[in-house]
Design a protein around this ligand. Structure first.
Ligand code: ZN
Length: 230
């Protein structure tokens, strides 16, 4: 089992690490549930056309489908924004550049089920994020950047001295790649409010926290108020 990396140091570790299968693979249960006519593979009939069209759209457009899914997540960084209606609407607007109505409709199915799978997966990953929601998308992007690297697995994310701290494991062959992604994530978090995801900076007083002006003021007021009962 690969070692865990904490703040650039390598530490042996036995904790459960989260790995992500390719999006098409984790989307299969959603395809089965929502589009059973496309999902089913007929053993007797090799010309199961809907299935072939669906697989074909993934084969030819994985990068574009993935980019559409990431764009949705960027526009909806907070989990409550990722409702099924918003996902459906997003998928229906995708694929406009494709030629042919058939390709477009299969593309939209792929984005739809891919997004449902991605959002559910990330909801689970967020249970391992102990920082506040403003940084969650940053951590997701780190995870996306490292998924598929040899031995990579996510363990946790948290706030430490006002900055983002990531714990994960990977094989030596993937260390350079993962550390670079970690560096990018920490840099990004250093000017994003940990509470809300808007522009922020590191505030230092009795505590250290990266916050926007609004949340800094709120927090400062909280800090200066006497305890409850006044
Ligand atoms: Zn804020």
């Amino acid at each position: 089992m690969p070692d865990r990396i904490v703040g650039g140091r390598v530490i042996p570790d036995r904790r459960k690490a989260y790995r992500m299968e390719p999006i098409q693979a984790i989307a299969e249960p959603f395809l089965k549930e929502l589009y059973p006519g496309i999902w089913k593979r007929s053993e007797a009939d090799i010309d199961q056309l809907p299935r072939l069209m669906y697989d074909g759209v993934w084969r030819d457009h994985t990068d574009e489908i993935t980019a559409d899914i990431y764009a949705f997540a960027d526009f909806h960084p907070v989990d409550e924004q990722r409702a099924e209606g918003a996902i459906k609407a997003w998928s229906q607007q995708s694929g406009n550049d494709l030629e042919g109505e058939y390709s477009q409709s299969y593309y939209r199915v792929a984005v739809h089920v891919g997004l449902l799978a991605y959002v559910r997966y990330m909801r689970e990953l967020r249970t391992k994020m102990y920082c506040e929601p403003g940084w969650h998308r940053i951590v997701e992007r780190f995870h996306d950047a490292c998924s598929g690297q040899p031995g990579y697995g996510f363990i946790s994310a948290s706030e430490k001295w006002g900055g983002l701290s990531l714990v994960y494991r990977c094989n030596p062959a993937a260390q350079e790649h993962c550390r670079e992604a970690e560096r990018v994530a920490i840099e990004r978090a250093s000017h994003i409010c940990e509470k809300c995801g808007l522009a922020g900076e590191l505030r230092r007083s009795a505590w250290r926290k990266t916050l926007c002006d609004r949340h800094w003021l709120e927090r400062s007021k909280e800090g200066s108020l006497p305890d409850e009962g006044v």
